[in-house]
Write a new protein. Sequence first.
Length: 136
Amino acid sequence: MFLGATQRFLPDPLRSYLTSETMTKWHTDYLKSYRDALAHRIPLYIPPATYTPEDGERYSELDRKEYECIAAQRWEEIEQIREEKRNLGTACPVFLHAFSGEENSRPVYLHPQLICDSRTILEFGPLFFRHWHERA
């Protein structure tokens, strides 16, 4: 929808919407980077949890204990250790599309971004369906 080659075939109301300052900024600053990452590199990554420094230390300690149990064949203790590891941390409210230091690879908070993206869909969807059949 954002390619000029596509937009030239769209009716004026759709083309005007897509080329508006708000949509151009949204496409350039947010959408393109994440769309390209999802389409060409790695899947979207939502970390399972956020850990405090204390949680991180405890997780590392439990990892060591788990390996010790495996080496000593103390199988009955492993599930308790794994359960404690699963209970560490809190929900992570961000997503990333790359782990490298790329310019656009910054954490994006899920809740506000989902609201913004949903509003964009709800705004553009009806406009599209009102005009999709028109010729440019």
